[in-house]
Write a protein that binds this ligand. Structure first.
Ligand code: ACO
Length: 326
């Protein structure tokens, strides 16, 4: 088996900013409530005519540039998302065409907020077994188009964005050390979008009833997220016979600062090792971890050789962690 490393990173968030004052005019909420309960000050959302691959394309191009490769070098595309441009074909196929990476295998992985962790885990195995040498992995979502802007319990939380990495065989100390994935489908009905699938196809009635919007039992999600993100972070460290002290950086899924702080606190990770972008972008599901990773690489916080733990939880429920040396 080959060692697999991350060659380049990239990300993109849309230009349109929605601040908390925008929501205070829309629903019964306040800037103070949103910041104290979620840590979110602003989020980015796409324009009505924009879709997921409009963000994935620049994110991917930036990752390819950092990796020093071109679209013609890509031999596999794996895209973690639950909000593709359209129901079919996959976002990865549309992105493949837009990049000009013609003919290579391309597929989406739908795993809720850990979509990027799941996608990275799958993609890594193609490089490890020697069958691929340059794999583009993306995580991204357009949550704003599935958000009920009349529901104060969800609308303040979500935004849009995408992040990407390029994987290849390691030629130095960089290495994806392990990936751990879990799911518990018994709890699917605590976080879901009911309409638009084969159970409830879109109809005038389903749209009028708002079945195409994301619904969530916020408190239950919160509890399970803290418990399972803590467990799977420890699983990653134990598997590699490492401790919290070995970590340089912790990148949790950016859903809510209180979830992130609770997990870091239980693990004993100091705040200065936690990468935080939830304040400026809100929760954009599978896009948050690769975007936080890219921003911290580009601003010089994460350096080659650093030990990084990624950790996410989301709809399914699904959860997962990645431990890597950059
Ligand atoms: N403004 C003001 N009040 C609000 C708002 C708001 N935006 N939203 C909810 N409230 C009210 C509720 O109606 C409730 O009022 P009530 O007591 O009169 O019934 C009160 O605040 C408390 O509600 P809780 O849900 O108990 O508040 P909590 O402290 O749990 O915070 C929150 C709510 C922020 C949604 C929290 O539960 C949370 O973050 N949960 C996790 C959500 C999440 O991360 N989901 C996504 C994860 S998976 C993924 O990323 C897709």
């Amino acid at each position: 088996m080959h060692k697999v490393s991350i060659k380049g990173t990239g990300s993109y968030v849309p230009e349109r900013v929605l601040d908390n004052a925008y929501f205070a005019k829309l629903v019964d909420t306040t800037d103070e409530w949103i910041i104290s309960r979620t840590g979110i000050k602003e989020r980015r959302v796409v324009e009505p005519n924009q879709a997921l691959t409009d963000m994935a394309l620049p994110a991917a191009e930036r990752a390819l540039e950092m990796a020093g490769v071109t679209a013609g070098d890509i031999d596999l595309i794996v895209f973690g998302t639950v909000t593709p441009d359209m129901l079919t074909p996959s976002a990865s196929c549309i992105l493949q065409k837009r990049l000009g990476a013609n003919g290579v295998a391309a597929f989406d992985v739908g795993a809720g907020c850990p979509g990027f962790i799941y996608a990275l885990s799958v993609a890594q195995k193609f490089v490890a077994d020697g069958s691929r040498k340059c794999v583009l992995v993306i995580g991204g979502e357009v949550i704003s188009k599935w958000t009920d802007y009349q529901d104060r319990g969800t609308c303040v939380l979500f935004g849009d964005g995408a992040g990407a990495v390029v994987l290849g065989p390691s030629d130095g100390e960089g290495e994806i050390l392990s990936t751990h994935l879990r799911a518990d489908g018994r709890l699917w009905d605590l976080l879901y979008v009911a309409g638009g699938g084969s159970r409830q196809p879109p109809t005038h009635e389903s749209l009028d009833a708002g079945l195409h919007y994301l619904r969530m039992a916020g408190h239950e999600v919160f509890k399970h997220a803290v418990r399972y993100m803590t467990e799977i972070a420890l699983e990653a460290l134990e598997h590699n016979r490492m401790t919290i002290d070995d970590l340089d950086w912790f990148i949790p899924h950016q859903a809510n600062i209180r979830i992130m702080e609770a997990v870091a606190d239980r693990l004993g990770i100091p705040a200065e090792k936690v990468i935080v972008i939830v304040d400026k972008y809100g929760n954009f599901s599978s896009g948050t971890i690769p975007t936080a990773f890219d921003e911290a690489v580009r601003d010089g916080r994460i350096k080659r050789g650093d030990l990084v733990l990624m950790d996410a939880f989301g709809a399914g429920f699904t959860w997962g962690s990645v431990l890597l040396r950059f």
